[in-house]
Design a protein around this ligand. Structure first.
Ligand code: BES
Ligand code: MN
Ligand code: ZN
Length: 505
């Protein structure tokens, strides 16, 4: 979909559908909707007074405006999108409505769409952020993963053009900025989605590394990919232990964006869990739903995606992305429950359950980051089924050891509409990780599964400011919700970009 910003009166724009909006309770619309209403002889106000349009959220009214009847009105149709109450309007509502609008218009066979930026008038949204939200909702909401669907003849084609139309020239700079940021954020999140949706037979650790190399090459990023022998030399016994049960070689991916090369200590390390398939290993998962474990590299996908946008938007900060990619398989040379492995930092771990593999790989990825003088670490992982039990699939639990970094992460996530909620790292659950035979064990028993996993990682982060985002429930959805289609959501890619932009702003 091509997106452009055009300065024009809304009545003059030649498209299949012009999208305007209406807040609940408004009886005589102003702004662009008002201009359309006047040009159409008051038809919108009449529909409102007749009770046909109420402006409630996700109410859509399509009005045909043929040239024969309205010779000076250029759009062929007008879609009035309800935005709900102006009190509860925010960019999140805008993303949701824009997503639904684009899917609806695609189903109707629309090719050329023009839209105004929703809610910058009585909605009270900042113009740039409003434009960003419309673009994100449109791009993310119309996403489909179709590459393996070859026989679907009835499928509606994609919308070709989206024109963001604005009459007021003083708003154009802000709209242009919001649109480009929205495109960069969305393309990054879509890259992450594509990687998560890709089946495991099509995306090995080597394939993931190849994508990261391609992103790095196209955007001027440095990249290093370590092989098994390299990480063995570094002492990453926890990571290697996970990998040894399957034939596909591990790839340890490290991408670097230098936005403040004079100050290497001004850095942020984004560490994404990169299990390209999690069978559970010898602690084999049940068969039902195991296919979803193709998405167990969702954290890694989000950091690769974020690096693409970060390199385009250029915050003044050095950002490192790390993904210790591997399968977790139950082959004859797989590690066994009860094995003891030694992580890069020298700590020993009793592998109580080979299905708690994510924390093992993260332990060594964090060890690596610390060996390179990381000052802020954010790890992103599809880590625990317990995350869904705790908070459902609308909110990602987060844990951390530093209030400043935590607040930055929470504010970033709030601003992009990817909800997160901090859970405590209390002393009681911490004890659940203690092992009789090693420094730690990789499981924490029945209660607080997400918390014990976070405690495990915390022990490797030590005193360095660190936040852990558990996206096990939020990185894939069973059903479409707002701007997130069923399947991979790409969450929390935009939060990571936003975080880098704020830290380097
Ligand atoms: N990748 C899974 C977590 C997961 C579960 C992600 C469901 C997405 C959806 C992780 O490696 C895992 O298996 N965790 C175990 C930990 C347990 C063995 C301590 C879990 O959550 O059951
Ligand atoms: Mn697992
Ligand atoms: Zn896993």
């Amino acid at each position: 979909m091509e997106i452009e910003v055009v300065q024009s009166d809304v009545t003059e724009i030649e498209v299949d559908v012009l999208v305007v909006n209406l807040f609940e309770g408004v009886t005589s619309p102003g702004g662009a909707t008002g201009a359309v209403d006047s040009a159409l002889g008051g038809v919108i106000s009449e529909l409102i007074s007749d009770g046909e349009i109420s402006g409630s959220a996700s109410e859509f009214t399509l009005i045909h405006t043929p040239n024969s009847a309205f010779p000076s009105f250029k759009p062929a149709r007008v879609l009035v999108a309800g935005l709900g109450s102006s009190d509860s309007f925010d960019t999140d509502v805008s993303r949701r409505v824009s997503a639904a609008v684009m899917r609806k218009l695609r189903t109707a066979g629309t090719k050329q769409v023009a839209t105004i930026v929703h809610g910058v008038g009585i909605g009270g949204v900042d113009t740039q952020q409003g434009a960003q939200a419309v673009v994100e909702g449109s791009l993310l909401g119309s996403y489909r993963f179709l590459k393996y669907r070859t026989t679907d003849k009835k499928r509606k084609p994609d919308i070709e053009n989206l024109v963001v139309v604005e009459g007021d020239s003083s708003k154009l700079d802000a709209i242009n900025a919001g649109v480009s940021i929205g495109i960069a954020y969305s393309e990054a999140e879509i890259l992450a989605r594509n990687l998560v949706n890709e089946p495991a037979n099509k995306l090995s650790p080597a394939d993931l590394a190849a994508v990261a190399e391609k992103v790095a090459g196209a955007n001027g990023l440095e990249i290093t990919v370590l092989e098994q022998a390299d990480v063995e030399k570094l002492g990453m016994g926890a990571y290697v232990g996970v990998s040894q049960g399957g034939p596909r070689p591990l790839k340890f991916i490290h991408m670097t964006y230098e936005g403040d090369s004079a100050n290497p200590e001004n850095n942020l390390w984004l560490i994404g869990k990169g299990i390209t398939f999690d069978s559970g290993g010898i602690s084999l998962k049940p068969g039902a739903g195991m296919g979803k474990m193709k998405g167990d590299m969702g954290g890694g996908a989000s950091v690769v995606g974020a690096m693409q946008a970060i390199s385009q938007l250029k915050p003044k900060l050095n950002v490192h992305a790390v993904c210790a990619a591997t399968d977790n398989m139950p082959g004859g040379s797989a590690q066994r429950p009860g094995d003891v492995v030694t992580a890069m930092n020298g700590m020993t771990i009793e592998v109580d359950n080979t299905d708690a593999e994510g924390r093992l790989t993260l332990a060594d990825a964090i060890g690596y980051a610390l060996s390179k003088d990381a000052v802020r670490i954010v790890d992103i992982a599809t880590l625990t089924g317990a995350a869904r039990v705790a908070l459902g699939d609308g909110v990602s639990p987060v844990f951390g050891n530093d209030d400043g970094l935590m607040d930055a992460v929470l504010e970033a996530s709030e601003n992009v509409g990817e909800p997160m909620w901090r859970l405590p790292l209390d002393a009681v659950t911490k004890r659940q990780n203690s092992s009789k035979i090693a420094d730690l064990k990789n499981t924490g028993g029945r209660g607080g599964g997400s918390t014990t996993a976070a405690h495990f990682i915390a022990d490797f982060a030590g005193d360095t400011p660190w936040v852990h985002i558990d996206v096990a429930a939020t990185s894939m959805l069973d059903n479409t919700r707002g701007w997130m289609p069923a399947g991979a959501t790409g969450v929390p890619t935009r939060s990571l970009i936003e975080l880098a932009m704020r830290l380097g702003g």
